[in-house]
Design a protein around this ligand. Structure first.
Ligand code: GLA
Length: 350
């Protein structure tokens, strides 16, 4: 395994890890300041930092190449934007960015919908702050990372992914209110297991479709205001003039109700109810929010046929992964049946 010392001939002064995440339920609700329930994965991204005489040098073990990034040059359209963006935002917020050597080491699949970009942003910021001995809370790191994604990378994402990978704890679901950023962690009952399975279709370039969903919600908020969307009943969607916008809003408002119900179900260990809500979530994402694909639908179907109590697409959709709730005892047999039915599928985490 390549180390910071192999690449830069120096010991790393800071080493920070940020995991990927899977969202159990609460899809696109972060865009209205609603509730979400993501869970960190065991896989993730480590960023190490050490001093340089000048400039910022980055080595990625995946790319096996060293590049220099210039913070005054703006977005380049490649992976290093997810390092440069956070550093630029930190600088704008008043942080000192010294010359540095940074190494990125990831075992997280990129573009799979498990938040590899948020993990890279958060690990970069945590490495910077550890290296410069700056005291910044994990929630503030998440907010800076989101700002980088919104303003530097041009994706108008919500706060879920950055919070999940910055404050989340492994094996625990993060019950997060995206308006107040209040959260608590809920342990998954030990008899249950969460599987994250890739459908075999790469996530398509989704930035345009994502931003379009966001603007539909913003226009609905303006039409239904001044009360924020998250406080409106699901029936408010019937009052919207554009039927497409109405369906988008019906998804987020019904998803918000489901997420609160699922969080209660998880707290009380009612996993059959939890699974049923996951299934409803997928249906709403498929028919009202229209972010599913044939490959995701088939995999969700195969996961349920093989005995999952609930299965749904996870993350932004348009390809990538599903999340399934299965009994821990049935895990291996379940995966055998799912992978036979969908040979292109592969397990990110079982
Ligand atoms: C992406 C975004 C998140 C969230 C999800 C959908 O992962 O980064 O903010 O909106 O999509 O729930």
């Amino acid at each position: 395994m390549t180390s910071h010392e192999d690449v830069f001939g120096q010991q790393a002064h800071a080493t920070c890890f940020a995991p990927g995440r899977v969202n159990l339920i609460g899809e696109y609700t972060d865009l209205i300041g609603g509730n979400v329930l993501p869970m960190p994965l065991s896989k993730g991204i480590t960023v190490t930092a050490g001093p340089a005489s000048s400039g910022i040098h980055v080595f990625s073990t995946a790319e096996e190449s060293k590049i220099e990034i210039n913070l005054s040059e703006g977005r380049k359209g490649h992976w290093a934007d997810y390092l440069a963006g956070p550093l630029v935002m930190a600088q704008k917020a008043g942080a000192k960015i010294p010359p540095m050597n940074l190494m990125v080491d990831s075992d997280l699949p990129a573009g799979a919908g498990v938040s590899s970009s948020a993990a890279l942003e958060v690990a970069t910021l945590k490495a910077l702050f550890q290296f410069t001995s700056a005291k910044v809370t994990d929630a503030d790191v998440a907010l800076l990372a989101q700002k980088a994604e919104n303003e530097f990378c041009g994706v108008k994402c919500g706060i879920m992914d950055q919070m999940a990978v910055s404050v989340g704890e492994r094996g625990q679901a993060l019950a997060l209110n995206c308006e107040t950023l209040a959260w608590d962690q809920i342990k998954l009952p030990s008899a249950w297991s969460v599987a994250v399975i890739h459908c075999g279709e790469a996530r398509q370039l989704t930035d345009g479709a994502y931003n379009e969903r966001r603007s539909a919600l913003d226009s609905a908020a303006a039409e239904l205001g001044p009360e924020p969307l998250r406080n409106q009943p699901v029936s408010a969607s019937d009052r919207l003039s554009d039927p497409l916008v109405a369906r988008r809003v019906r998804h987020v408002l019904s998803e918000q109700t489901r997420t609160l119900a699922a969080t209660d179900a998880l707290r009380s260990g009612d996993m059959d109810r939890f699974g049923a809500l996951m299934n409803e979530s997928h249906e709403s994402l498929r028919s009202d929010f229209e972010v599913s694909t044939g490959g995701l639908d088939r995999l969700v179907g195969a996961a349920r046929n093989a005995g999952a109590r609930g299965a749904r697409l996870t993350g932004a959709g348009f390809g990538g992964c599903i999340v399934a709730l299965i009994s821990a005892a049935e895990r291996d047999d379940w995966w055998h049946a799912v992978s036979s039915a969908c040979p292109a599928a592969w397990a990110v985490e079982l």
